[in-house]
Design a protein around this ligand. Sequence first.
Ligand code: E4P
Ligand code: PEP
Length: 350
Amino acid sequence: MKNVTDINITSKTLLPSPLELCGEITKSEAAEQFVADSREAINRIIFGDDRRLLVVVGPCSIHDLEAGREYARKLAELSKKVSDRILPVMRVYFEKPRTTVGWKGLIMDPKLDGTSDIPEGLRIARRFLREVIEMGVPTATELLDPITPQYIADLVCWSAIGARTTESQTHRQMASGLSMPLGFKNGTDGGLDVAINAIKAASQPQTFLGVDNEGRANALTTSGNPSCHIVLRGGSKGPNYGADDVAQAREQLEAAGLTPAIMTDCNHANSGKDPSKQPAIFEEIVRQSLTDPSVIGAMVESNLNHGSQTFPQPVEDLEYGVSITDACIDWATTEAMLLKAHADLAPLFS
Ligand SMILES: O=C[C@H](O)[C@H](O)COP(=O)(O)O
Ligand SMILES: C=C(OP(=O)(O)O)C(=O)O
C-alpha cells in the first residue's frame, strides 16, 4: 500500500505552548501598561486626534541582539528629543517574508545556520521585545506566521502585514483578532485595492482556525480590528510616495468608507531598495503631513551602519550593525533625519 500521509514532512519539533513560553518570559505590569499606552497613542494618531508623525524606524530584521540593543538605546535617547512632534516606534522584525527563499528571520532560524530552532527563536524574540519595551521604546513587527502572535503579540505595539501577505485571507482574519493597531502594505505590484480590501476584511468579525494559549486548535471568532491603515510601499511599477499617489490613496480610502490614514514606507519599492534615497522620501512625507492630516506616518529602514551584507556567511564573519536583509541607512543619518523632521513639523504644533 502506498503511504499517503505526511509524505513531505521530514521532521517535527513540539513547541512550548504560548502559556508555557509567556509564563517562562513574563512581563511586568509596567511593561503591560507601556504597551497599552503606546497602542493608544498610535491609535490617536491614526484617527487624527494627535498630529504627531508616527515613525516606524529600525533594522530591516534583527539578527544580532547586541546590535539591536544598541540601536534601541540610541532610539530611546533620540525619542526624548522629538517625542512632542514625532512618535518613534522601533522596527523589531523577527519574521521575514521571502520572494522565493532566504533566511526567514530570527524566530525561524535564530542561530543563522539553517538549524531552524524555532522554540529558541520564539524565546529570543519574546525576551528581546520585552527588553525594548523596558527601555521605553514602543515596538513594531511584521506578523507572518499565524501562530506566532500567541507567543509575542502582547509585547507588540504596532504590527504590519507585508506586501506578500496583504491579499491572504489567513492574514486578514488574523489581523481582525489582533489587539494592536496594524498597517497593511499595498501589494508588490503597487496595487492599493488589496490593502483596502484587507482593511475592510480585518475590521469585520471573522471566524477561523487558530490556536489558544494552550496551543490547542480552536475555532476563533473575532470582533474585528478597528485600527488598521494602509502603508504605501511602492510596487513593481515604481514608487507611490508622491503627493498625487497619496491623494489617490486618500480618495480610495474615503470612497470605501475607511479612515483616511496613510503611512508611507521610505524603503522597499519606494526607494528601489536604495537606502540612500530614504532621507529625501522622508522629507517629502514630512512636507505632505504639514498640509494633509491623512499622512499619519512613515516607515524607515535603519541600522547602526549603512547598507547590507551578503548572507548566508559564517556568523563570526558578519560585520556588526549591518543588515543581513534589506539595505538600511546608518544611525547618524537616521538621527539627522528625525531631528530635521522635528524642526520641520513645528508649524503643526505652534
Ligand atoms: O523587507 C525585506 C525584504 O524586502 C523582503 O523580506 C523580501 O525579500 P527578498 O525579496 O529578498 O526575499
Ligand atoms: C518585508 C517588508 O516589506 P514589504 O512587505 O513591503 O516588502 C518589511 O517591511 O520588512
